[in-house]
Design a protein around this ligand. Structure first.
Ligand SMILES: Cc1ncc(COP(=O)(O)O)c(C=O)c1O
Length: 381
């Protein structure tokens, strides 16, 4: 179907931060398959985990215990201070699970028409419920009727949230800690803390969508660790499998027990192959001190970009947390995607921003190449 508009390039091989196309040309990947291949392409430990598991067992079914799923669930719960996990195959599915849990929570509290507050310019996925949760009329166009009921509030505006405190049908607030798809929008440092306080006062579930920010992208395993908070529900996907499809909806306390046998499911979700791979991802992050590296290299990248672009009259601002980086320009820049490709660089353009999500393992030499290429692109505008 025509729902994608692929660039005129196709890759056949990947290694670390580099991809090779059908003609043998190498490209620096500063997008990581949209925040997925955090440990780089074909990381040897991940390849080994996949190969070893593939020789033993791919798939059984959730009708039986799955050892690696249980181990991964325990590990994730321990890392995120959560009580239980549901595994699906994507970010949208992780968020669907979160939305269903919020509804069960509402009905348990005699709320017949539960409402979830989400943010304008948010992105939570493309299934009907997650598209309805997404705060983008542009993405929703043509798909009415949407799933009831989500109310979209201004992001990073605590008063906008407070205005809904009287509404007894609200059951949850669902946010990205940093809005990724709308161009790396970073809220005030205490915004999430204030949101959590309001949720606690009103007995609303606090759902954090860390599909893009999670698994080390910001320099913490989960972005909400910067706020020293624990949400009631946390969703993950993308980098958790480093390219193997997995989604996870983690829940704590009152949110953790609402799914009962038969209330939700997935055929593929949490199978031995993906769970063994995700376990290997978490092991590498720990073993190779990836989080410290992300903080250091992220700071280096953003400070060098700031330094080299400080006199540019085309840059509005540079927003960065770890290796989530956006360079907002004062003009349309969609054509930079093609120009970058010609320069053997893979980036994303979101609105008027260049968005960079390089592999977490990017080293200083590669970072310097990236900086030079970006500065060249901006100067050539
Ligand atoms: C914050 C966030 N949530 C959900 C999704 C949807 O994930 P998926 O495409 O795996 O369904 C994305 C994808 O970009 C995302 O960035």
């Amino acid at each position: 179907m025509s729902n994608y508009m692929p660039l005129e390039v196709s890759f056949v091989k990947g290694s670390g931060c580099y991809l090779t196309d059908t003609k043998g040309e190498q490209y620096l990947d500063a997008l990581s398959g949209v925040g997925v291949v955090g440990l780089g392409h074909c990381h040897p430990d991940i390849v080994a985990a996949l190969q070893t598991q593939a020789e033993k067992l791919f798939h059984t079914s959730n009708w039986y215990h799955i050892q690696h799923q249980e181990t991964l669930a325990k590990k994730l719960c321990q890392l995120a201070n959560m009580d239980a996990v549901f595994f699906g195959n994507s970010g949208a599915e992780a968020n669907e699970a979160a939305i269903k849990i919020a509804r069960l929570y509402g009905h348990q509290n005699n709320i017949d028409n539960p409402i979830i507050l989400t943010a304008k310019q948010s992105f939570h996925g493309r299934t009907m419920a997650t598209l309805s949760a997404t705060g983008s009329p542009k993405l929703q166009r043509g798909f009415a009727p949407l799933v009831d009921k989500f109310i979209h509030i201004d992001f990073d505006d605590i008063d906008a949230l407070k205005k809904h405190q009287h509404n007894r049908n609200i059951v949850a607030v669902m946010l990205e800690p940093i809005q990724g798809e709308s161009g790396i929008i970073i809220p005030a440092t205490d915004y999430l803390n204030k949101v959590q306080n309001i949720c606690q006062t009103n007995h609303w579930l606090f759902i954090l969508d860390e599909v893009q920010t999670g698994i080390g992208r910001t320099g913490k395993l989960f972005a909400h660790e910067y706020n020293n908070i624990t949400p009631d529900i946390l969703t993950l996907a993308k980098a958790l499998g480093n390219g193997v499809p997995i989604g996870a909806c983690l829940a704590k306390g009152k949110a953790a027990d609402l799914f009962q046998p038969g209330t939700h499911g997935s055929t593929f979700g949490g199978n031995p192959l993906v769970c063994k791979t995700a376990l290997a991802v978490l092991e590498v992050i720990e073993k190779d001190n990836i989080l410290t590296h992300v903080v250091e290299i992220g700071n280096y990248l953003s400070s060098e970009l700031n330094k080299k672009l400080q006199y540019s009259n085309k840059v509005v601002e540079i927003r960065a947390k770890g290796l989530m980086i956006a360079i907002e320009l004062n003009q349309n820049c969609a054509h930079l995607l093609q120009m970058a490709l010609k320069d053997n660089l893979l980036i994303n353009i979101t609105g008027r921003s260049i968005r960079l999500l390089p592999p977490l393992i990017i080293n200083q030499t590669q970072a310097n190449v990236l900086i030079d290429k970006i500065v060249g692109l901006v100067e050539g505008l």
